[in-house]
Design a protein around this ligand. Structure first.
Ligand code: ADP
Ligand code: MG
Length: 582
């Protein structure tokens, strides 16, 4: 992304805050205009002094200079506060946009993108974009205007001297182009490294228990040090370049001053220029020093800002794979009939489901068993459209799931995923997640059904107990039951439990299943489990293998058939016998 593209990109944002922006620019113009009056007053003062003016007159000149500086200061203050304020406002908008966008992306995006990388872009890169919008634009305009005004007055004072003074300008432009491009690429590398570091930290913090359990602290620290070292090395590469730019500009400035002093001194001696005029001219030259120095800095800000904007744009350009159609189906999902027609799902080359056809009548309870990796989770992810089939159709109440707005569809599907996720809020808050009007009674009832009530009584703060990040203060079984309670809260016509009872013992499982019988009634339920005890009462049991349904029927029918399911029954009966024998 080049600066012009970046500007086009950010124009709508600037336009939104146009009032502040223009007010800030007005302050800027006034400030610069007043500032260029200073040297004129100074020059007149010196000439007056030389012509033998009274102390009274000189004092007036001094007072005038003071007034110029004071008003300049006031407008400078206004310019900074207003323009930097605008950049903060745009930063606020961009950050909100970014979050709102990221949260809507499909699960497939997060399977490819590292969390730490996204975080780095949302913080570090966003900061660079703000610097571009604030100081970047402000100093660009400020120094540009100063340059134009000062050079205009200098031309009127002495055009030959001015020609000498701006002689290095083409050289400066060349240097800017040369340095600009290199700063851009080096900065891109720095930000990419910073993303690596963020991802590394994020993964290590999330997996801190594993790191500790495998005694990998040292190894992880070493890997981190290596990354950090590379990050510093990239930064140093940039610093070396930047470090070169400043002295180069100062050298050019120094040489110019020398040339002007020589040529100007000559003019004064010949009487073609007054001493006051020469001082004025030199003061303007001095005013050009800051724009020249700032130029290097501004080029840097712009290059960094555009590189970062491109990185943020990469996120904003990612489209959710699962979207609502232009005209979403308006049929409310009330019955909960599920139909799969020749559904195949592929993850890249990996075939997870292979032409599965299936009807689950409304109100039935269907269980799915099968080896890990047989495609069970994939199959149920299709129903709330967490995933769309690669081929075939999924119909909910006779309507293709792709015709629903996913958000609308998901309101009618209560889903307990295989991996529970709890937010670092209260237990009650986690159970009522996503239900706007959840009364405490409803929360308590859901907890009761999920077999969590006695646990909660044991907690000091009851439903107000804070569960820690990802529910770290709870046991695996408690977490699973919280997730079940959350699904019960949803009160949806379709209920899916993906291996949701794997972390509870058989006794608790019995209790939960008993509690759930009332909930199952009148709903379409899909139960995934490895346990015969969980699935035996289902209306139909499906056995999945390599993405295909290989057995289907009721418990007695499948036992009779003597396949995978019958094996499972025998094996688990044996295990149970052994347990009771002990
Ligand atoms: P199950 O729930 O029966 O254990 P899954 O539906 O999770 O099985 O997985 C089915 C197959 O698809 C597995 O071979 C798994 O490796 C693969 N798979 C699952 N999710 C993904 C994914 N996001 N990307 C790539 N492959 C996946
Ligand atoms: Mg699974």
């Amino acid at each position: 992304m080049n600066p012009a593209e970046a500007f086009r990109y950010l124009r709508p944002f600037l336009w939104r805050y146009r009032r502040g922006f223009f007010a800030g620019v007005a302050c800027l113009v006034l400030k610069d205009t007043i500032a260029v009056c200073g040297p004129l007053v100074l020059g007149r003062g010196i000439d007056a002094l030389k012509a033998g003016a009274s102390g009274h007159t000189v004092a007036w000149f001094a007072l005038l200079l003071l007034a110029v500086s004071a008003t300049k200061g006031i407008f400078q203050y206004g310019m900074r506060v207003v323009l930097i304020g605008v950049s903060r406002d745009i930063e606020y908008d961009l950050r909100n946009d970014l979050f709102a966008h990221v949260i809507r992306l499909s699960p497939g995006y997060f399977a490819k993108q590292r969390t730490g990388d996204i975080m780095a872009r949302a913080t570090n890169d966003l900061n660079q974009v703000r610097m571009l919008l604030g100081p970047g634009i402000m100093y660009c305009l400020e120094t540009g205007l100063t340059f134009i005004l000062a050079v205009a007055i200098m031309l009127r004072l002495d055009w030959r001297l001015t020609a000498i003074a701006i002689l290095p300008a083409p050289l400066v432009s060349l240097a800017m182009v040369y340095f600009g491009e290199r700063i851009h690429t080096r900065f891109e590398r720095i930000q990419a490294k910073f993303s690596d570091i963020s991802s590394r930290v994020q993964e290590n913090l999330a997996g801190v228990r594993i790191v500790r359990a495998f005694a990998q602290e040292r190894a992880e620290i070493r890997k981190f040090e290596q990354l950090n070292l590379e990050y510093i090395a990239e930064n140093l590469r940039l610093v070396r370049l930047q470090g070169l730019l400043q002295p180069l500009l100062e050298l050019l400035i120094g040489l110019t001053f020398l040339a002007v002093l020589w040529a100007g001194g000559y003019q004064v001696m010949r009487g073609r220029l007054s001493l006051g005029g020469f001082v004025t001219f030199n003061t303007y030259m001095g005013m050009l020093v800051w724009p020249m120095i700032a130029l290097g800095w501004v080029v840097n800000l712009i290059q960094r800002g555009t590189a970062s904007l491109a990185r943020i744009d990469e996120i904003l350009r990612a489209q959710p794979e699962i979207t609502a159609p232009a005209v979403p189906a308006q049929v409310p999902v009330v019955r909960g009939e599920i139909r799969l027609e020749n559904v195949s799902v592929r993850y890249g080359a990996q075939e997870a489901l292979d032409a599965v056809s299936l009807v689950i009548p409304a109100g039935q309870t269907v269980a799915i068993v099968g080896h890990t990796g047989s495609g069970k989770s994939t199959l149920v992810s299709l129903i709330p459209r967490l995933l769309d089939p690669s081929e075939g159709r999924v119909l909910i109440d006779g309507v293709d799931a792709r015709q629903f707005d996913p958000a609308e569809l998901r309101r009618h599907v209560a889903f307990v995923p295989q991996e529970t996720f709890l937010f670092s809020s209260t237990l009650g808050g986690n159970i009522a997640f996503g239900v706007e009007a959840g009364s405490p009674q409803q929360v308590a009832r859901a907890a009761e059904i999920a077999g969590l009530a006695t646990d909660i009584e044991g907690f000091p703060a009851g439903f107000e107990t804070v569960v820690g990040e990802r529910g770290i203060t709870l046991s695996g079984g408690q977490k699973q039951r919280t997730a079940i309670a959350r699904a019960v809260m949803r009160d949806a016509p379709i209920l899916i439990l993906d291996d949701a009872l794997s972390s509870v013992d058989t006794l608790t499982e019995d209790r939960i299943l008993n509690g759930l019988t009332g909930v199952f009634r009148g709903r379409t339920v899909i139960l995934i489990s490895h346990r015969v005890s969980t699935v035996r009462n289902a209306d139909e049991i499906l056995v999945l293998e390599h993405g295909r349904i290989v057995e289907r029927g009721s418990h007695p029918e499948l036992v009779e058939a003597g396949g995978y399911y019958a094996d499972l029954v025998t094996r688990q009966a044996l295990e149970e016998e052994l347990e009771t024998a002990q």
